[in-house]
Every structure is written in C-alpha cells, then in structure tokens.
Design a protein around this ligand. Structure first.
Ligand code: PRX
Length: 630
C-alpha cells in the first residue's frame, strides 16, 4: 500500500495512521482472504465464543440459501455482554448516552448485562419464547439497545421499526411479522418536540391484530393512553420480582434467526430481511474491528438510528462484540444549535465518528465556524454510509471536521449484507467518493445485462460473487421473493440493486440504485410505499412516486396524483396529501412535490414507467419508449 501511484485525486494514509492500525497491509490480507475465504472467516469466528464449535464453515448445498458455521452453538448476546463481564472489561463503559434535552446515562458492560437480563426476564414472564417475534418501536434511547439484546438472549426475533416511521408502516410490519409483543416508548424528543410514539402505536394496533402485550418505556412523560390488561409500564415491571438480574440464556444454533428488519425493495410491501446469530456476529465483529480499527481506549460514535441496519450492526452488535465504548445521541444534529454534534465530540472525547453524507451536507451548510469553535482533536477516524458521498462534502468532512488527519471510511453495504462490503481501512489510499475496494474475502463484480464484466470505468450492475457470513438468509415468510429479487438476474450471483463502475486502480464507485428504491437523506424508501399511502387517501385514484436529486438530502420525493372523479385539485389538498403520507409512512416519506395529472405513463401491461416521469422532470432523454402504452 505504500506505493503512491494511484490515479486521480488520492489521499494517502500517513505513516502515523498506518503504524497504529490493526491492518497495516491491505494487499496482504486481501490476498490471503481471497485464496481461502472460508479459512479467513473461520479464523475470525474463532475470536468469538461458541458453546459448541461448528463442524463445517459453509453449507452451500441449497444455494442461495447458504448456511454458515454449521452445527455451531452460540448466542450473540452472550458475546456482546457475558464474555466481557467475565473479564476486566466488566467495568468499562459499554454505552454513553445523551438525550436531546441534556439527559445523560452511562452504562458499564456489567450494568448493561444486568439490565438485559432484567428485560429478558420481563419478556419471558409475558410468555415470549424462542422464535417469537417482538416488535420494537422507540427513539434513540438506551432501552432500545437493552430490548434488542434481551430478545437475542432468550432467542426471540426482534423486529425494530424505525421511530421515524408512522401508523401504516408500523401496522404493516407488526402484522407481517406476526409479533405478539410490542415494546414502545411513550414518545421521543426530536428537534425540541415530542414524537408521540405510543399514540402512533395505538392507532397501528387498532389496525393490526396479534399483539398481546405492550411494554411502554417512559421517556417523555406526557399523558398517554394505557390500555388495561394490554399495556404495562417498563419501569413498573422492572421493579417486580420477575425482573430478576439473572436470566438463563438460550443456546442458539448458528443459523437460528436473530432479527428481521424490514426494508424497501423494487415492488410491493417492504420485505423482512432475516439475519442469524452465528454468521452475523462474525461479519459485524470483524468488519468493525478492521475498518474502524477499534482499540480498547476508543470512544466510538455511530450517529445512525438503531431502527436501521447501520444501527443494528454498528451501534448495537458490532461495537459490543468488540467490547467498545459506544456513544449514542437521541436527537437532531442541529438542536438547539448547529454545534450540537461538535460540542458532544469535544465533551466526550469521541475518537471515531460514523455518519451519513446527508448529515455532513446538512451541517456543512451552517458554515465552518460552528465546527471550529470546538476542540475536535480527539477524532482519529471518520466514516460515511448510506449513499454516495459527493467529493465536496467528503473534503469538508476531511478538512474541517477531521483537520486533515482523519481518514474517511466510506462504507458501502446494505440491510441485506449486514456488514461492510466495499470499504477502505485506515491503511488504504482514499479517493473522495469511492468506497475503494471489497472487504477481504468478498468478491465484487460489475456486470452488463448479459452477465459479462464491464470494462474499466464503464457503468454496470454491482454484484457479489462470494457468500459472506452475515448475508441475508431469506426474506422472512417469503423465500420465493428472496430468490427472485436477489439471485435470479444472474443465477448464483447476488444482485445488489446498485449500479457502479470500477476505475483503473480497481476502485469501485457506486452510482446509485437501479430499481424503484429511493434514498432520502440516506433512508431507504420504496416508491410502492409512498404510492399506496397516497392511494389510501379518499381523494386519490392513482399515484406515482420518483426520486429527484437534491443537494442536501441526496434525493427528494416527487409524486404525480390522479384524483378521483369529482375531486377538485387545490393547494390545500396537496398539503393534506403530504400530511397524509407523513401520517401513514412517516415524515421522511413526505413528498417534496405533488402534481395533479390526468394520466400516468404506463407500459402496455399497466406498469407505471417512472423513468419517463423522471426524465421529464429533469429535462433529459427518456430513453427507449417502445413499451409505452401510447
Ligand atoms: O444504494 C446503496 C446505498 O444504500 C443502499 C442500501 O440501503 P440500506 O439497506 O438502507 O442500508 C444503508 C446502510 C448500509 C445501497 O444499495 N449505499 C449504502 N452505503 C453506500 C451507498 N451508496 C454509496 N456509497 C455508500 N457508502
């Protein structure tokens, strides 16, 4: 890696960074891993605890339903907590938390373990058993971490629904997962206001059956409805004798489900991506350790939300598996002022900051002075995730936030991959806007429609050719969709849904989604969810949604609506529809534009041609129109 002969604009790592890094020679590690990727992952798995060793690393006899660490017995919650509690890490801080209103919490591994056991016992006392689904709907508070770990401890499958989602999104996810218990907070603080989570949940529960009990965590303390016999306060349950601090742990098979997480796909409803105890822990543990180069003394902050995969893998599981001290912040980055983040980095001495381009662009808008007034010299590494980072934002992050000494780890991955797939490490030369190269042991390619590798710098479909431990196991409840969506365009090869190109140094540049997924502020939404929310309004007959590029959010949502006969278009109706989408899906899904139209461009088989709408909106060539209805 020392050779400085890369093309384009390159930032080479300093000798100081390399000398401190776990991995000093990327080429050597990558070569070793590609010669024997199973051996590479097996070595990593040995760094974690297993009640019983696996007999075989990979079973590909039923591909694409790959299985990892066959016969291995483990529990990710045990590796996150019990393992550390048995060592001198017991009193190390696992979690430091700051509420938007200034509340504060710090929890050692010892205490997080006890709290997890208490929560697990509460779940057990409510009849939750191994394999049951539990929906979790909360803001960024320590209890969300405890609830997830508690589910894992007793073998229940958690399904976390992002606190920014609203009634219909929550209803759909509760129903599809057939959860029997819901864990919800009364509310969440966001930009000085309260998001009424329990109220939203009450409305969702009127639509969904199946939930027997609701555990309510008090965060904001406003008046809420508590349904007798169904709803129980967590703080009251916590003080009962059933909430014992010791809780026997379920020994899980490596392939037993750990969680499902809903994400948007090309068509239809969001799908439940399934991850398992064994492979997922190996993938998240290893990638975080190598890429963010964790050292014992680090204070690490992933500013994502636990309700998305970034939070699952790199707020909850990855850091705890590594015995790291993680910081979590509840609220908005610019509340009450745009220096909130920089203030907290200074206050807590954060060493590693991992966030999304949209947040960087948003904070960049406020100017350098907000950053410069704080001492950010504790920062050692920076990270980016969720969408391509534009070079301008990269350079601002690098120079203003990182003071030109912190390499930026631009990590490309997905809910489905569970872990970083294309990413630098601190020892890797960086190019602003590129995630550089595949993680060791991962084979990535870029293909044309026929399945041939495209030439250097040509755009094509980004695919993954080797299985990896934390890969999606299936779409929960819909294995056919799993095969069709990911493995059917090129049989035996995983289709990511992204397009990309590879430059002369082998660096990969992800361009964006090739399907109907829209990334808004890094959040993944499907056109279908937004369209069905619009159509559920009694004024709307038909609707189409597309993503249009935006300087801060990456993309914003534009929609086209055909009104029902007799309904008059008006600006008031537009606003009502925007609010309706926010109420049904969530504020992130609110359309930036609504246009009333008489017709939508469709194929002869009736599919909406969103690319035609997009081309028209952007004033570009719509491409091949031979399938257009008229
Ligand atoms: O389009 C890619 C984009 O986010 C998609 C995955 O979204 P989700 O499952 O919500 O997971 C986001 C967090 C891992 C990808 O298909 N994406 C993610 N990271 C990057 C990215 N695009 C470019 N660069 C990235 N670093």
């Amino acid at each position: 890696m020392a050779k400085k002969n890369f093309t384009g604009e390159v930032y080479y790592p300093s000798d100081d960074v390399i000398s401190k890094a776990h991995i000093k020679d990327w080429n050597e590690l990558s070569k070793k891993a590609s010669e024997d990727f199973l051996g590479f992952w097996e070595e990593r798995a040995k760094e974690l605890y297993w009640f019983d060793q696996w007999e075989k690393v990979l079973d590909d006899s039923e591909k694409p339903f790959y299985k990892w660490f066959i016969g291995g017995k483990t529990n990710i919650s045990y590796n996150c907590l019990d393992v550390h509690v048995k060592t001198e890490k017991r009193n190390k801080l696992a979690l430091i938390w700051e509420g938007e209103n200034g509340d504060f919490e710090a929890m050692s591994y010892y205490r997080l373990h006890k709290e997890t056991c208490k929560f697990a016992n509460i779940l057990k006392s409510m009849g939750v058993v191994r394999g049951d689904r539990v929906t979790i709907y909360m803001g960024r508070i320590p209890e969300i971490v405890i609830a997830m770990l508690a589910c894992a401890r007793i073998g229940a499958i958690h399904s976390v629904v992002y606190g920014g989602f609203s009634v219909e999104a929550l209803h759909e996810r509760i129903e599809d997962s057939q959860s029997k218990l819901l864990i919800v907070a009364d509310g969440a603080y966001q930009r000085g206001k309260i998001v009424p989570l329990k109220e939203i949940a009450d409305e969702a529960l009127q639509r969904a059956g199946g939930i027997e009990h609701v555990i309510v965590v008090k965060r904001t303390g406003q008046e809420i409805n508590m349904e007798f016999g169904r709803d129980m306060w967590y703080h009251e349950l916590r003080s009962l004798p059933i909430a014992n601090q010791d809780c026997a742990l379920e020994v899980m098979d490596a392939e037993d489900p750990l969680f499902i997480l809903y994400t948007s796909g090309t068509t239809g409803k969001p799908k439940a991506i399934l991850h398992t105890h064994g492979g997922y822990q190996v993938g998240t543990y290893t990638t975080l350790k190598y890429v963010f180069d964790l050292h014992d003394e680090d204070r690490y902050w992933c500013a994502a939300d636990p309700g998305w995969i970034t939070g699952h893998s790199y707020i909850v599981y990855g850091p705890l598996l590594n015995g790291t001290t993680s910081f979590m912040y509840e609220g908005a980055p610019n509340f009450p002022y745009p220096n909130r983040w920089w203030q907290m980095i200074e206050n807590y001495g954060i060493n590693i900051l991992y966030t999304a381009p949209t947040a960087i662009r948003g904070l960049m808008r406020f100017g350098d002075a907000w950053v410069k007034r704080h001492d950010l010299s504790s920062l050692r590494l920076l990270g980016s995730v969720g969408e391509p980072i534009n070079p301008e934002a990269w350079k601002w992050y690098f120079s203003v936030v990182g003071n030109e000494k912190c390499p930026i780890m631009d990590t490309w991955w997905q809910t489905e991959t569970g872990m970083f797939m294309i990413t630098p490490m601190p020892c890797v030369p960086l190019k602003p806007g590129s995630g550089t190269r595949p993680f060791p042991g991962i084979e990535i390619d870029i293909l044309d429609d026929e399945g041939n590798s495209v030439k250097t710098n040509e755009e094509g479909y980004l695919v993954i050719k080797t299985p990896w431990p934390s890969m999606i196991r299936t779409v929960y409840g819909d294995p056919e969709r799993f095969v069709k969506q990911y493995w059917s365009k090129y049989p035996g090869i995983y289709m990511t849904g992204d397009s990309a190109r590879r430059d002369e140094d082998g660096y990969i540049w992800v361009i964006g989604r090739v399907d109907d997924v829209i990334k808004v502020s890094g959040y993944r939404l499907g056109t279908a969810e937004i369209e069905s929310a619009l159509v559920s309004h009694n004024s709307v007959a038909e609707a189409a949604a597309i993503g249009i590029p935006d300087d801060v959010k990456g993309n914003v949502i534009y929609t086209y609506v055909i009104l029902r006969a007799g309904v008059d278009p008006s600006d008031e109706l537009k606003e009502e529809l925007r609010q309706h989408v926010a109420h049904e899906v969530g504020p992130i899904a609110k359309p930036a534009s609504i246009k009333f139209v008489d017709k939508l461009p469709k194929t002869r088989s009736g599919k909406i041609m969103r690319r035609v709408l997009k081309a028209e909106e952007l004033g570009v060539d719509p491409g091949n129109l031979s399938t257009l209805e008229e």
